[in-house]
Design a protein around this ligand. Structure first.
Ligand code: PAF
Length: 280
């Protein structure tokens, strides 16, 4: 059994990586906020299939939470996370907030393009915080590729844009969404759901599937969005932030299915905000 080594500083991370690079190793990075579930572990395993060395970062990034959001109660489980990574990852990078944002830190990466609308309408701080921390992680590790879950589909496109625009020679790969038996996408935030809320949560994916069926049956894009929003409200989600059918590559608004499309949704149950998306 091989437990991953844990490093907490960028200097230590770079020194391990330099040694691997000197031996010609191909490196894959999986950035996470910890509280690892099967969705993360699938990304880590897929990374292991494509790389000689697998690095997982675990950092609950304060910059992507607004003051009223769940930064303080976000689950943290470094020890059990590292156990789950036994034989799957070679190195865990688990920096402190001070390591990532030292005194005087004053830089923010602002990505346009795919960050417009959707999540940004409801969490305007979010992509600035994600882009800044992901840029720092990519520059610190300089892997050959990094993997992100498709559950955060808009985030994946924002990170692709950022990597291309900054000219980082790193391939950005998306990993498929892992779901519970009823279709609920795995998320560290599912732990907040009461048993009653958990039952309702399973409807999110079913309703997206119904909306896709209606779209394929000829329903107009706007009507399918209205259908999805109403169905989620009827199921007990409140508020429904959005149900949107967008261009799968750019997230631009579309009127028909002449280009590959993606349906995306965000809605709250109780205090818990869930997101999901599917290819149309
Ligand atoms: O998706 C996440 O877990 C986070 O947003 C990420 C990409 C690790 C950045 O903090």
């Amino acid at each position: 059994m091989n437990s991953p080594e844990i490093v907490t500083t960028i200097v230590a991370l770079r020194s391990r990586i330099a040694a691997w690079r000197a031996n010609g190793a191909r490196l894959g990075l999986v950035p996470t906020m910890g509280a690892l579930h099967e969705g993360h572990l699938a990304l880590v395993r897929e990374t292991g299939n494509r790389a000689d060395k697998v690095i997982v970062s675990i950092f609950v990034n304060p910059a992507q939470f607004a003051p009223h959001e769940d930064f303080d109660r976000y689950p943290r489980a470094l020890q059990s996370d590292c156990k789950k990574l036994t034989d799957a990852a070679d190195l865990v990078f688990a920096p402190s907030v001070e390591e990532m944002y030292p005194r005087g830190f004053a830089t923010q990466i602002d990505v346009g393009g795919p960050s417009a609308g959707l999540e940004t309408d409801f969490r305007p701080h979010f992509f600035g915080g994600v882009a800044t921390v992901v840029a720092k992680l990519l520059i610190a590790a300089m892997p050959d590729f990094a993997m992100f879950g498709e559950k955060d589909y808009q985030q994946l496109l924002v990170i692709r844009r950022l990597t291309a625009d900054l000219g980082l020679p790193i391939e950005i790969l998306g990993g498929v969404i892992v779901r519970e038996a009823d279709g609920l996408a795995l998320s560290s935030r599912n732990a907040y759901l009461t048993p009653q809320e958990r039952k309702i949560a399973g409807q999110l994916n079913l309703i997206l599937k119904e909306a896709i069926a209606k779209l394929r049956g000829g329903m107009a894009v706007v009507e399918s969005e209205t259908f999805g929003t109403k169905a989620l409200r009827d199921a007990g989600f409140d508020p429904v932030d959005y149900v949107a059918v967008r261009d799968a590559a750019t997230l631009e608004k579309i009127n028909d299915l002449s280009r590959p499309a993606r349906i995306l949704a965000a809605a709250k149950i109780g205090g818990t905000r869930l997101i999901d998306n599917m290819a149309v």
